[in-house]
Design a binder for this molecule. Sequence first.
Ligand code: 13P
Length: 257
Amino acid sequence: MKKNVRKAIIAGNWKMNKTRPEAKALLTELAPMVADVKDVEVIACVPFTNLETAIEATKGTNIKIGAQNCHFEKSGAFTGEISADMLVEMGVEYVVLGHSERRQYFGETDETVNKRTKAALAAGLKPIVCVGELLWERECDITEEVIARQIKLDFYSLTSEDIKKCVIAYEPVWAIGTGKTATAEQAQEVCAFIRGCLAKQYGEDTAEAVTIQYGGSMNAGNAAELVSKVDVDGGLIGGASLKAPDFTAIVKAAENG
Ligand code: 13P
């Protein structure tokens, strides 16, 4: 309904892929391909080890750089963790939080996603917070309950101003890396439901201002239909973000969507 008030965001989530030379090569190939894109925010969320290389390689381009996690404490005895301030100091702008792979393999909970989101916002990062249901949960017809719970818990105690700085990625877990994309109707249905949850909590105007992406086997072939939906404001892309032509095709689809 108010899609025109939101800028579409296409973000690549590289996950645990690419060495530094590979990262540099991919971003150097991608930059000229998306140079003329104005109406879509283009982001690459790269592994921690690639952040400096990625920031350097995208200087003067319209590609923004994101990380794939951050800790909620400012510093201290948290071996293996990276703080939000450390990312900001490097020039990182976005951070993916609560990805289902972190929830599934690394013990991430709604409570820690909430803490990380608040820490990221306090440091000046823009969080891309992932929510989504398991196949089993969809089959049991509790998708809306699962999503409503995640939205409530992950954004607990955030103000309207805070939530407007967040991007929400709806990623049905059964669609991630499986080649099984949600239909555009399924994506729209849940993205609209998320917006409805935000409207209840923060009011219509705030809800309309929040970018809600779809993620899960999004590719050059299905992106146009997904982003044509009124509540689908872009995508969080895994596999297809690792090849510059494929990722560019998705960005262009969002530009026309
Ligand atoms: P795929 O695009 O590889 O399915 O991954 C989606 C995803 O998890 C993005 O965060």
